[in-house]
Design a binder for this molecule. Structure first.
Ligand code: NAP
Length: 583
């Protein structure tokens, strides 16, 4: 007879399902830092649907998603599910696991009770029309990340998963190793293999950001298995050896370069030339570490804002920059000339579908994928492991916790098919990576986006603007325009042509015009040659907050104000600063 509840580590007889289980729960009333949000509780073991499987969890992988789940931001995952009709007022997280199948639904054919499995975290409804018609489940509106967007993740004695999530556990791995790699490795697999003509192939060169990180360490190994050469990016030479042992052909220390960040404006000759010098030196370094003059066919991206300009520049003609995150920011700046003339591809990628996860797992089963487990914890330490992540004090590589396994190192039942060296990271190595955005996040769709309420005191542009337009014509010389600016103590002049405002000459435009020219040459130029064409305008009755958004969005400092579509004045960021800080 089944006991109602088994102690942790006391394994129920195979196939025997107790009524209750131990689990780490997050509840809305204790949202906050991981050591407070996660609490041990006893709950009912969930029932399963016909296409589902109940797995006795031996070990679970740790991912940043459940730091966010515990904080309750940017989404209250419990509230979101309650809204969708689920009744549980708690969240059991955990999006990676290894374990043993204890019960299967009546439609399940790919696994049976007793199978040792690992699980990928992609769930979707098998009744979704898109999926039924053969569409990639990653594009299904029903797609969810198990253990973050769904409940019943792996931080519990039993987890409820869809049968399609289950994949054979590599016999040569212990439980905690097997629980550590699936999420990052499957993501890296889709990025490298999932994009048609640009999929990685023998002889390719791959540039891999964060080579010692969770995704990067998997990408190096996947590239190697495909017969490609990879160049691993890291932030210190102490991580070179680790990446080389994983199979990188060479490594680059990103701290040897300083051209990172958003692109300078294309009109900024000096800034652009400086950036170009930096990125060219970086390109030369790639050639040096490769030992041949080759550009990467594929760039494996996730830092985002600070690295995308470089990634796109160094990518080969017809190559692909594939991105699954924006850890340093989301505004990727692209010099479109390089994108269209050299016909490169900037491709978004997110987790992986069932087929791709299994292709990745095949590599693990063949002993060609080291799980890169950097630290394992006991069940009691689940909140601590998340707290380390929250505080950016966790080691690089992947982390796992024991759940059903009673000691570290259990569960390996076979020899690796090939000899694996387990590279280790430098001692004391911890993250400097900014906190990542949750891996999966409901984004507003085009027409349904809920309006954001903006705190606003009702101030309108007309309340702060300067009335009157100081203008010039396109044929006026830059010298004349400069005098107008100095005489009126203004920062920009509107260019009027036949009664229409056709552009603005700002002080920035003037400074940029002087670059590479003598002052005489610059003074002799015409306003029409150096102006920023078009005129960013706002109506005098526009809310100040909207005008500010317009300026920040376009990276400008002023707008021409119109009344009845006629230019009547100017509002600048200086006016806004005066109001919000006070004079
Ligand atoms: P990770 O283990 O923290 O590794 C990230 C690496 O990025 C670090 O090792 C760091 O290496 C490097 N890095 C940090 N700051 C950088 C900068 N300014 N410029 C260049 N490199 C920098 O994280 P991960 O597991 O690899 O995940 C990376 C990102 O992908 C996260 O945002 C994660 O949420 C996301 N992700 C997305 C999916 C998806 O399906 N969409 C799946 C998994 C992960 P160095 O300091 O050595 O350079």
């Amino acid at each position: 007879m089944a006991k109602e509840l088994y102690n942790l580590g006391e394994m129920p007889p195979l196939g025997v399902i107790p009524k209750k289980m131990h689990a780490w729960l997050i509840r809305a009333e204790r949202f906050g830092k991981p050591t407070e949000a996660f609490q041990q509780e006893v709950v009912d073991v969930p029932s399963i649907a016909d296409d589902e499987v109940l797995v006795y969890v031996m070990a679970a992988g740790i991912n940043y998603n459940n730091v966010w789940a515990g904080l309750g931001i940017p989404v209250n995952v419990i509230g979101a599910r309650n809204k969708a009709g689920e009744k549980e007022d708690f969240h059991i997280g955990g999006s990676d696991a290894s374990g043993i199948v204890y019960k299967v639904g009546k439609d399940v054919t790919n696994v049976k009770v007793g199978d040792e499995v690992v699980m990928h975290c992609g769930q979707y409804s098998r009744n979704c029309e898109w999926v039924k018609n053969g569409g990639d489940p990653m594009y299904s509106p029903t797609f969810r990340i198990w253990g973050y967007e769904t409940n019943w993740g792996s931080f519990a004695q039993f987890t409820k998963v869809q049968a399609q999530q289950c994949m054979p556990k590599p016999k040569h791995m212990n439980w905690e190793e097997a629980a550590a790699y699936t999420l990052v490795a499957a993501t890296a697999w889709r990025m490298l293999h999932g994009w048609g003509a640009n999929a990685i192939k023998k002889g390719d060169v791959a540039l891999i950001w964060g080579g010692a990180g969770g995704l990067g360490s998997m990408a190096i190994q996947i590239a190697k298995a495909a017969g490609a050469s990879s160049v691993a990016m890291v932030s210190g030479e102490d991580k070179f050896d680790y990446c080389m042992k994983l199979g990188a052909k060479g490594c680059i220390n990103r701290n040897d370069f300083d051209h990172w960040g958003m692109l300078p404006h294309w009109k900024d000759n000096v800034g652009y030339a400086k950036w170009m010098k930096g990125v060219r030196a970086f390109g030369a370094k790639i050639w040096e570490v490769l030992g041949e003059k080759r550009a990467p066919n594929i760039v494996f991206e996730h830092p985002g804002e600070t690295t995308i300009p470089t990634s796109i520049f160094v990518c080969d003609t017809g190559g692909m920059v594939v991105v699954c995150a924006g850890t340093t920011g989301y505004n990727a700046t692209v010099d479109l000339r390089y994108l269209w003339m050299r016909q490169k591809r900037l491709q978004g990628s997110h987790f992986a579908n069932t087929e791709q996860s299994n292709q990745m797992n095949e590599l693990a089963l063949r002993g060609l994928l080291d799980p890169c487990l950097s630290r394992a914890f006991t069940y009691d330490e689940i909140p601590v492991a998340h707290q380390l992540m929250h505080d950016n004090k966790h080691p690089h590589g992947n982390m796992a916790v024991l759940v059903g396994a009673t000691a570290f190192g259990q569960g390996a039942s076979g020899k690796p098919p090939v000899a694996i060296s387990h590279p280790t990271l430098p001692k004391g190595d911890v993250h400097t990576t900014p906190h990542p955005y949750p891996m999966s996040e409901p984004l507003p769709s085009i027409a349904e986006a809920a309006a954001i309420t903006i705190a606003d005191d009702g101030t309108q542009v007309k309340d702060l603007m300067h009335r009157g337009i100081i203008a010039c014509t396109p044929g006026d010389t830059v010298g004349q325009v400069a005098k107008t600016m100095v005489d009126h103590e203004i920062h920009a002049v509107v260019v009027m042509d036949g009664g229409l405002a056709v552009g603005v000459v700002s002080q920035t435009d003037m400074v940029l015009a002087r670059q590479g020219r003598t002052s005489e040459e610059a003074r002799a130029m015409r306003a029409g040659d150096i102006m920023t064409p078009g005129c960013a305008t706002c109506d005098a009755h526009m809310l100040l907050s909207d005008a500010v958004s317009l300026m920040t969005g376009r990276r400008m400092h002023r707008l021409v104000v119109t009344e009845n579509s006629q230019p009547v004045g100017v509002i600048s960021m200086t006016d806004v600063v005066r109001k919000i800080i006070g004079e």
